[in-house]
Design a protein around this ligand. Structure first.
Ligand code: FES
Ligand SMILES: [Fe+2]
Length: 401
């Protein structure tokens, strides 16, 4: 059982908190290229910090402080410039590192420009990969941005679904180490939701016979054996890597997906569902589609008739920050226990000023991409058992997160 302070240690993400410091050792996606192309200046909130993301007129990305140091205008309203971002009030100009380059009226009438440096604001590294824009808020030198296979490889079409969830990031991640929930969150709740809509049940799911978890270089792998499967053939397989600290990888070689849970702050999470599909031979590439979806309908309800919404419902239903001091972990929670142990080990590593698990500094390891070894997964259970419940779109993804 966890104490309240242990729960705080694992969940709070602000600057100076243990988990905030651990999470700042990793890159986090904060926007998509498609969205930034539509509007090159955007407000971002990441791990409790309000920031301004922009693309300059010559295409450089910047992530700088929220407000102009002159008289506090929100730089979300700034004007992109070849050299950076200009405040719309009196034209102070900041480069992609947050350095104040111009104070137009002062520059005109004052000889001494030495006070400019005092006007610098924060600036963080930003990189673009696979249509996502990643930020790094931690100490230098920054590690490499992981080149997960599906972000990089040619021959795939890509799409992103984004939800803002009113709950702590760790609730989404606990769920990723909890295969058994599929029987109830997806089958039972899914069928109940359909029943309320006057529709027949869509899924009959086999029971989990056993589950197991393995540590690997970037996090942990799950196994499950379902009723009717044969452990000696290939059903007791390794798959669905949980990538430290906040990513679930799913899917097949032809349709790999990621679910990335970027902490907005302690009680809100940016959920990015990154989906890919291998392109048919000779087919023209499709432009990346980005959809911002609402979790709640117009009545303030979550209608759990789709797999992702079923997961989101149970995460949100645990409250803004689940009170783990009141949990009673059971036999289905062995993966959660291991994941939390690994989080605590990573927190300890950061306290010793060491790199935590999954930090990549070797280009040879990162390039051309990191293969997540999905070929070890079997897709047979997905084909046979989950058909019907999933919308056409969902069929790109293998369930089981
Ligand atoms: S408030 Fe930004 S330049 Fe004056
Ligand atoms: Fe799920």
């Amino acid at each position: 059982m966890m104490t309240e302070s242990e729960n705080e240690r694992l969940t709070r993400v602000g600057p100076g908190t243990p988990m905030g410091e651990l999470l700042r050792r990793y890159w986090h996606p904060i926007a998509t290229t498609v969205d930034l192309d539509k509007d090159p200046v955007r407000r971002v909130r990441l791990m409790g910090e309000n920031l301004t993301l922009f693309r300059s007129d010559i295409g450089e990305l910047g992530l700088i402080g929220e407000r102009c140091p002159h008289r506090g205008v929100d730089l979300e309203f700034g004007i992109p410039d070849a050299k950076g971002l200009r405040c719309p009030y009196h034209g102070w100009l900041f480069d992609t590192k947050g350095r104040c380059l111009e104070m137009p009226f002062d520059d005109r009438i004052r000889e001494n420009k030495s006070n400019r440096e005092r006007m610098n604001i924060e600036g963080y590294p930003v990189e673009e990969l696979g249509g996502l824009i990643f930020a790094y808020l931690g100490p230098q030198p920054a590690p490499l941005l992981p080149r997960w296979d599906l972000l990089v490889r040619d021959g795939f079409d890509r799409g992103v679904e984004i939800h803002v969830l009113p709950c702590n990031w760790l609730q989404c991640m606990d769920n990723s180490a909890d295969p058994m929930h599929f029987e109830y969150t997806h089958a039972a709740l899914g069928n109940y939701t359909l029943k309320k809509q006057g529709k027949p049940p869509a899924m009959k799911i086999s029971r989990h016979i056993k589950i197991a978890f393995d540590r690997f270089k970037y996090g942990l792998m799950k196994r499950r054996l379902l009723e009717g499967e044969n452990e000696d053939v290939d059903d007791w397989t390794v798959g669905h890597p949980l990538l430290f600290p906040n990513i679930l990888a799913q899917g097949s070689q032809d349709a790999p997906t990621l679910q990335i849970r970027t902490p907005i702050d302690d009680t809100n999470t940016l959920h990015i569902r990154y989906r890919t599909q291998r392109r048919a031979e000779g087919a023209a590439p499709k432009p990346m589609k980005v959809v911002h979806e609402k979790v709640f309908d117009e009545n303030g309800k979550i209608v759990a008739d789709k797999v992702p919404l079923q997961d989101m419902l149970v995460w949100i239903a645990q409250g803004p920050i689940s009170n783990r001091a009141r949990e009673h972990l059971a036999a289905s929670d062995t993966g959660i226990t291991l994941y939390r142990r690994m989080l605590n080990e990573a927190l300890d590593a950061v306290a010793r000023n060491e790199d935590p698990i999954g930090i990549i500094r070797d280009r040879g390891e990162n390039e051309p991409w990191i293969d997540l070894h999905r070929e070890k997964e079997t897709l047979k259970p997905f084909e046979s058992k989950y058909k019907g419940l999933l919308s056409e779109n969902d069929q790109m993804a293998v369930p089981g997160e």
